[in-house]
Design a protein around this ligand. Sequence first.
Ligand code: BTN
Length: 254
Amino acid sequence: IESCIRGKLGRVVEYHDAIDSTNIRAKRLAEDGALSGTLVVSDCQKAGRGRRGREWVSPSGTNVFMSLILRPDILPGSASMLTLVAALAVHEGILRETGLETSIKWPNDIVAGGKKLCGILTEMSAELEGIHYVVVGIGINVNMEGFPEEVSSVATSLYLELGEKVRRSSLIASILEAFEGFYEEFISQGDLSGLISVYNSCMINAGREVRILDHAGDYTGKAIGINEKGELLVEMQSGEVKHVISGEVSVRGL
Ligand code: BTN
């Protein structure tokens, strides 16, 4: 992997054949002072974690499981925007490496043909004044040839979409390279204002009816796009535009 990497992100790579979870390992390394840009990669995970405490199935030999340590100089409240930066990077990295045009399901799932290809789990350690570190965990279904029946209607892999195998190390390098460009843009602005149009152009929800489930209830509206904070703007039938904050909601296409 290191031989493929040109920029600052991933200059230090810790590789494992097997590990509990690359996010857990990255958090430990970050606690011990690892540099921003350090990457943990594993061939498989014994306790891969998804969002909402779900398991992330992590078999060996086929997929990408990686976690990137970042130390951005931003307020803790802005950290969730990094997840959208990561989604853009995965989208762009896949495009550059394979030519496959995927979509982003707000805030941070990557989908192809309506099925999930990649999930991102961002975790952070912070206090009021600032962030100690952020760990961006990325799991991509790369060369899996099939899925158990119960998930095959919702999950896919690059192999299933493309009909050919993808070199995982090159894919990781392409994602990191794309990440670097988007990350610099994000840091220089302090928000996503410079990335709104590129994000909206690859977001599957844009212009579509969505159903939002959050603490305020269950409602539907038309997704317009994101704003500079990464919130999803949803136009209700009344004309009112709701700002939906990631992490608190479940979004379903209709
Ligand atoms: C989701 O639920 O969509 C997020 C899934 C994130 C999975 C990745 S795989 C690498 C990293 N290590 C983990 O334990 N989880 C993330």
